[in-house]
Design a protein around this ligand. Structure first.
Ligand code: ZN
Length: 159
């Protein structure tokens, strides 16, 4: 069986209920939107400069408004970009852990564990908090258990 990036896969999961390829699609889309917003944030400033050149005294007040709008759009853009990148990263990591959850062959599990350790060393969820983000779904109850857990902490099923 090939572990393809299938949206219908019950394994993998969840970032606001999204998983696998859908998660990657959303991640890329969010990053695109974030980039667009980031570039759009320069528009109010450019417009403000334009009106400032034409009417330096009348537009002084609206300059502040324009800078505020720019800052707001830019901040939303960067946050969207960050969330998109996070979702994309999750979407790329999930299929590996999801494969372990469905195919319990020890050899594969060992290889995947080594792969997971390699990912962590490579900076994917370096230490502590981020490392606990990699989770596998319990085959029995669907609970998202940590990657290195032997048993499901909700139902006790062997992972
Ligand atoms: Zn369980």
């Amino acid at each position: 069986m090939v572990a393809g990036p299938s949206a219908a896969s019950p394994a993998g999961a969840t970032f606001f209920g999204l998983s696998g390829s859908r998660l990657r699609q959303v991640g890329v889309a969010l990053m695109g939107i974030g980039l667009v917003l980031f570039f759009l944030s320069f528009v109010p400033i450019l417009l403000a400069f334009n009106s400032f050149m034409q009417d330096p005294f009348g537009s002084a007040g609206s300059m502040f408004g324009s800078f505020f709008v720019s800052f707001l759009i830019g901040a939303i853009g960067i946050i969207t970009l960050g969330v998109g990148g996070f979702a994309l990263r999750l979407g790329l990591v999930r299929p590996v852990t999801g494969y372990v959850a469905t195919e319990a062959a020890p050899a594969i599990q060992t290889a995947a564990t080594a792969f997971g350790a390699g990912l962590r060393e490579a900076g994917f969820g370096a230490s502590g908090v981020a490392g606990s983000l990699i989770r596998v779904k319990c085959r029995n109850c669907g609970y998202l258990e940590t990657e290195d857990a032997e048993f499901c902490s909700k139902c006790g099923q062997r992972m």
